[in-house]
Design a protein around this ligand. Structure first.
Ligand code: UGB
Length: 439
């Protein structure tokens, strides 16, 4: 084949012989097709339908991806999960309550959940199992709850989707709100965690409660710390509480005001409980009685703060079983919320109670009781109280709770710490390096 002819045949294969004409031909045929396609109204209607279907499937695909991500990112949702929630919420006594307990993996949350379950109420827990203190202790509490038939959802009270889902699955009659960022002194280290849990989390929870149909009655944990710099003794609910000494106290006081607005606007039944330094088995490792016990056993020194003019600090230490009775009494006597469809239909109760022990004990006296039960002498390092948000003393007047809730604390510090030490040793064991008491 001649090279010239060869080149032409290659061009024939790659290019149309008359490119201009070919393109014209193609375009005009395409136009003819389009013209044919849209020439009738019914065909146009079909095209419109096709486009709508395409858009809809695109959007639903995206929502599927979103939902999938949400379910992948958190450990809740699905048919099996809903079944567990429903079963756990079932009451096993006539007139029983169905209670959502927030902070169920916490100290008070675990005890209250167990008490409610034991008497036949339905209980569902929720806890984010954060690492403010050893999460393995929280997980152990969860296992204990599970063994008694209480299902604990792993999730945050700031998750409005989760809360909406829970209220969708169960018509909770009550919410026992105990989830919070606790600890007075830690507020100087991590102030935002208090805003996150005690303010934002509280509002998210109240929004869910206000929207729920029926609205639940809400009982929640405030704190003795709201009395702040109050010097009137003993502390009564009607005393001034506008001088908080710590951010923790300020967020709890804010909680009392926030719950009041939800009561006022939406008709939520609210009971706020001012707990006074709660202690006992399965307690919080960040609290003095707990960390003192650990250090005493391990032969490590403990720091004992002392107040102004060398006056010992004192707390109205309250045993967990007494607090549980106060919580359950509050749930039992809480009047109904009155709202529906997110609107108030009438006045609802708003209550605040002190839950204390009425007999303050100094911190050095607490240490002596621990020494006695542990049979180990503490290495006390006594220092002046730093400006860390602590208050010098607390002392509850509980007459209001006694009248309205039948609250009557029965465990003194000596007895309560004995029970705590017994639990501590069974849970953590004895450290053999500890030195025995000499006296
Ligand atoms: O009633 C409450 O509303 C609060 O109670 C609890 O706070 P507090 O009463 O401060 O308990 P806690 O820390 O056990 O300190 C006890 C005493 O030991 C002193 N203390 C503490 C630590 C230390 O190393 N040395 C020391 O002397 C300390 O100065 C204090 O005098 C809860 O933690 C809090 O979440 C909230 O619920």
């Amino acid at each position: 084949m001649a090279p010239e002819k060869n080149m032409r045949s290659l061009q024939d294969e790659l290019l149309p012989s008359t490119p201009g004409k070919f393109k014209l031909e193609q375009r005009s045929s395409h136009h003819r097709q389009l013209y044919r396609c849209f020439s009738s109204t019914s065909t146009m209607f079909l095209w419109a339908l096709f486009l709508i279907a395409l858009t809809a499937s695109y959007l639903s695909f995206h929502s599927f991806i979103d939902t999938g991500n949400r379910y992948l990112a958190v450990s809740w949702g699905g048919i099996q999960w809903e079944r567990q929630v429903r079963n756990s919420a079932k009451t096993h006594r006539s007139g029983g309550m169905s209670v959502l307990v927030t902070g169920a993996g916490g100290f008070v949350g675990t005890h209250v959940s167990l008490a409610l379950k034991k008497r036949g109420d339905g209980v569902v827990g929720i806890d984010n199992f954060n690492n403010y203190y050893d999460p393995s202790l929280k997980k152990a509490r969860k296992a204990l709850l599970q063994s008694q038939g209480v299902f604990v959802v792993e999730g945050d009270i700031n998750d409005s989707h989760l809360l909406a889902k829970l209220f969708d699955v169960v018509a909770f009659t009550h919410v026992m709100h105990l989830a919070a960022q606790a600890g007075v002194r830690y507020a100087m280290e991590n102030p935002n965690s208090y805003v996150h849990s005690n303010i934002a989390g509280l509002v998210t929870l109240l929004e869910a409660c206000k929207t729920a149909n029926p609205q639940p009655a809400v009982v929640w944990a405030s704190s003795s710390s709201v009395y702040g710099l109050n010097e009137k003794v003993p502390f009564s609910e009607s005393d001034q509480t506008d001088q908080p000494a710590s951010l923790y106290a300020a967020t709890k006081k804010a909680g009392e005001e926030i719950t009041h607005t939800y009561n006022h606007i939406y008709g939520l039944s609210i009971t706020g409980l001012r707990f006074f330094t709660v202690y006992g088995p399965w307690g919080r490792p960040d609290m003095a009685y707990f960390s003192f016990t650990r250090n005493i056993i391990q032969g490590k020194p403990i720091t004992v703060y002392r107040g102004k003019n060398q006056v010992d600090l004192a707390r109205d230490f309250t045993y967990i079983d007494d607090i549980v009775k106060g919580c359950v009494g509050s749930l039992d006597t809480a009047g109904k919320s009155t709202g529906s469809g997110g609107k108030k239909r009438g006045p609802a109760p708003y209550r605040i109670f002190n839950l204390g022990n009425t007999s303050p004990v100094t911190v050095p006296a607490l240490v002596s009781v621990l020494e006695k039960h542990l049979k180990v002498k503490a290495k006390r390092n006594v220092i002046d109280m730093p400006g860390n948000g602590d208050v010098p003393f607390t002392h509850a007047n509980i007459s209001h709770a006694r009248t309205e809730l039948g609250y009557k604390p029965t465990t003194d510090l000596e007895t309560g710490l004995k029970k705590f030490v017994k639990w501590y040793l069974s849970y953590y064991g004895y450290n053999h390096h500890a030195k025995p008491v000499n006296n």
